[in-house]
Ligand binder design. Structure first.
Ligand code: HEM
Length: 144
């Protein structure tokens, strides 16, 4: 909500989308979300810049070698998802709040899997990712 308030153009575009898809006589509901792609992009962009779980932790069950690095058993690996999601090599204007970036067709799922990690990744990734997108989208949409 802070990013929306600080970016009045985003607020305006969100209101327009909600007014045209839902109308102005009722609040949005979960079932409206498929018709609100910009709202969904706003939620994604919010989680990119402000991930509630910025560090992902893994422990190696066995020693192994990755790209020439020898990693002993029981090593703890901390992945800085916050930094990955602000990496200028992967994101244009990484510090800017630009939900439009998630509307672009070039941001396909496969490419995003390596650079967009608000829900972690792999077998220990967050199982609540889809549910969160729905309830955060509905809550933000209702407030807007
Ligand atoms: C915006 C909301 C949420 C965010 C940003 C979030 C983020 C995360 C992150 C970053 C992890 C660690 C993933 C990893 O290490 O790869 C995680 C794990 C987990 N999350 Fe979420 N989460 C959210 C909502 C939820 C919801 C709604 C549920 C359940 C209904 C949930 C259930 C879990 C569980 C059970 C794990 C542990 C998975 C495991 O260790 O195998 N999360 N979440």
């Amino acid at each position: 909500m802070a990013e929306i308030i600080n970016n009045p153009n985003v607020l305006e575009r969100l209101r327009e989308e909600i007014d045209s898809a839902v109308g102005s006589s009722r609040l949005i509901q979960e079932t409206d979300l498929p018709n609100l792609p910009y709202l969904q992009a706003v939620v994604k962009e919010g989680l990119r810049l402000h991930p509630p779980g910025p560090l992902l932790v893994r422990t190696f069950q066995e020693r192994c070698e990755i790209k020439g690095y020898y990693i002993p058993e029981k090593t703890t690996l901390v992945i800085n998802a916050y930094a990955v999601m602000k990496d200028p090599d992967s994101w244009e204007d990484p510090d800017e709040f630009k939900p439009e970036r998630f509307l672009s067709p070039k941001e396909d799922e496969k490419e995003l899997a390596f650079k967009y990690l608000p829900f972690g990744s792999g077998r220990r990734g967050c199982p609540g990712g889809n549910l969160s997108q729905i309830f955060v989208g509905t809550a933000v949409g209702v407030m807007v």
